[in-house]
Design a binder for this molecule. Structure first.
Ligand code: SAH
Ligand code: SF4
Ligand code: F3S
Length: 462
């Protein structure tokens, strides 16, 4: 693995300065997962580094960048819809640069479609191109031609890319990029490339910076954080639990979350680490995808329901009060009613606090795209409705069971009712309570007094 450092591109900054009478404005919108949101924050950082200001409305912008997600068809359609809606804007403002980057831009057929059918899209670059954006923009301003880069992956990690974070108290911190797992339904390994781990020293330095800047919640990101460390040099070799221990040794008032944990690599050592480290949230997002061994094998997930439940049980023994969340795919090709009953059964047995549910979406180029998929759409939506109903009942009961406790929450924003705040518990549940805005971004102690569906209600406790 090659590690590089970002360098300020003075020539690009100078060109941007010369090209516009007043500092140009950029509108950057990120779709998809936290990894992509974090990429978006770095894209903004790079743009500011070469003289752009940032704006919240596309109408005000000289540069519009959509940082896209390809994980499901619906996500892609939304992007094409939103890009389509910019046509009029471009006609009114010919100097406007419209760009598309992120995961969709790493698919050949998407670049082709943009080339053919979206002539007003000027700039396309993939997920590994953030540090090259100044040079690309400079070329674009000089040559005035479309620049649509073909998908390419670079076996390089670029450190020190400037960043404009969206929050002053919650931060995303990528520890690795890409994915090597090739679950048969999933496009991510194709668009994000092979797994690559950042060096522990680089992660630690960014982490210390965040703690020093007052960040309270730091979420470590990777498609499979449990395989962190592959490819590191021998002398700095460590696994994910070692990394957590390294970070938790940093003194300060903060908590750490991480995602995503792949069940095949989630180890007992990891669970022991959660048990031992007070900085780690007692919550585990452990996507199971489905509760049928037959389908898990077809999905290439490399674990069984039994292995998964063993892990959950071990975690419950070692970390009292730990809660779980998961991702579920309904309607994977060939899913039978019996397979689906397995999923319902597993969901009941684990008792998830939160579930992120998706109807299978066919992704061209993945193995599952060619699997026979005879189940009618209506049947899949019916299964989804049954799953959601089951989960609602479980979550409601779990939420109610929290009432009476006094907990520490991070105050994140305003609540729904006037004069209330909303905070998040260690277990990711939300609580609303009356309080002053000055508490925003701070920890507060809250007594849980009731619940409205899956949102807790509480009052400040002293
Ligand atoms: N790396 C993470 C997940 C990243 S994608 C992990 O392995 O857990 C987030 C979620 O999207 C996945 O967990 C899966 O539930 C869902 N997903 C991925 N591909 C999908 C597809 N083709 N159709 C429907 N859901 C999908
Ligand atoms: Fe996709 Fe599987 Fe990789 Fe997660 S682990 S990103 S689901 S291929
Ligand atoms: Fe989407 Fe790319 Fe994330 S496909 S889910 S934005 S890794």
């Amino acid at each position: 693995m090659e590690y590089q450092r970002y360098e300020h591109n003075a020539a690009a900054a100078e060109l941007v300065g010369r090209h516009y009478d007043t500092p140009p404005l950029a509108f950057v919108h990120s779709y998809g997962c936290q990894q992509n949101v974090n990429d978006g924050e770095r894209i903004k950082g790079v743009l500011v580094d070469i003289g752009y200001g940032l704006c919240d409305a596309p109408e005000d912008a000289d540069l519009i960048l959509f940082n896209t997600c390809a994980v499901r068809e619906h996500a892609e359609q939304r992007v094409f819809g939103n890009v389509g809606a910019l046509k009029g804007l471009k006609e009114k403002k010919p100097g406007l640069i419209i760009g598309l980057c992120g995961c969709m831009a790493n698919q050949k057929q998407v670049v082709e479609k943009l080339r053919r059918s979206y002539p007003y899209v000027d700039l396309v670059f993939g997920v590994d191109g953030i540090d090259t954006l100044p040079a690309l923009l400079a070329r674009k301003l000089e040559e005035k031609k479309r620049i649509l880069l073909e998908p390419a992956q670079r076996p390089v990690i670029v450190e020190g890319i400037p960043i404009r974070r969206e929050s002053e108290f919650r931060a995303w911190l990528p520890i690795m990029y890409g994915c090597d797992n090739f679950c048969t339904y999933c496009i991510v390994p194709y668009v994000r490339g092979r797994e690559k781990s950042r060096r522990p020293g680089d992660i630690l330095a960014e982490f210390k910076g965040l703690v020093a800047a007052g960040y309270k919640e730091i979420t470590l990101l990777g498609q499979n954080v449990n395989s962190y460390g592959k490819g590191l040099d021998e002398e700095e070799k460590m696994d994910f639990s070692d990394l957590l221990n390294l970070l938790c040794a940093v003194p300060g008032d903060y908590h750490i979350r991480f995602m995503t944990s792949h069940p095949k690599d989630a180890s007992r050592k990891l669970i022991d680490t959660i048990a031992a480290q007070p900085h780690l949230c007692k919550h585990l997002h452990l996507p199971v995808q489905c509760g049928s061994d037959r389908l898990l094998e077809k999905m290439n997930r490399h674990y069984t329901v039994e292995h998964y439940l063993d892990l959950i049980e071990y975690a419950r023994e070692r970390v009292p009060g730990i809660t779980f969340s998961s991702d579920i795919i309904v309607g994977f090709p060939g899913e039978t009613e019996e397979d689906f009953q397995g999923t319902l059964d597993l969901v009941r047995r684990v008792g998830y606090m939160q579930l992120f549910t998706f109807i299978y979406s066919k992704r061209e180029g993945t193995p599952a795209a060619s699997y026979p998929d005879p189940t009618p759409r209506a049947e899949k939506t019916d299964r989804m409705a049954r799953l959601l109903k089951t989960q609602d009942e479980i979550a409601m009961a779990l939420v109610k069971a929290q009432v009476g406790q006094t907990v520490r929450v991070l105050v994140e924003g305003s609540g729904r009712a006037e004069g209330t705040l909303s905070g998040r518990l260690d277990n990711n549940l939300t609580v609303e309570f009356a309080g002053e805005e000055a508490l925003l971004g701070q920890y507060a102690r809250v007594k849980l007094t009731g619940a409205r569906a899956t949102v807790l209600l509480g009052e400040l406790s002293v």
